[in-house]
Design a protein around this ligand. Structure first.
Ligand SMILES: [Zn+2]
Length: 88
């Protein structure tokens, strides 16, 4: 995993910031960056079975509607597990 190439969003960073992303606490620029990464990152996401859920969520919460609570909670839980596995 790369660490800190400014042109390439790192998976760890994405996982770190998905919380902000889901909460809508990011700038538009960051939101776009994370969304782009998620759209693009099926290998690492599917490894953790996050891809389907996250993509559904990304599609539904396209900046205009808040994510459904239930889905959001499940994803956050999953992401927490993944981050623990990654040692973050
Ligand atoms: Zn990734």
């Amino acid at each position: 995993m790369s660490c800190g190439d400014p042109h390439d969003t790192d998976c760890r960073e994405v996982l770190d910031r998905v919380f902000e992303f889901l909460d809508g606490e990011m700038t538009e620029e960051d939101t776009a960056r994370i969304r782009e990464h998620l759209e693009d990152c099926s290998p690492c996401l599917s490894e953790y079975h996050l891809d389907t859920a996250l993509k559904a969520l990304v599609r539904r919460s396209c900046g205009c509607e808040p994510a459904p609570d239930d889905l959001r909670r499940r994803i956050l839980l999953k992401i927490t597990e993944v981050r623990v596995q990654l040692g973050g």
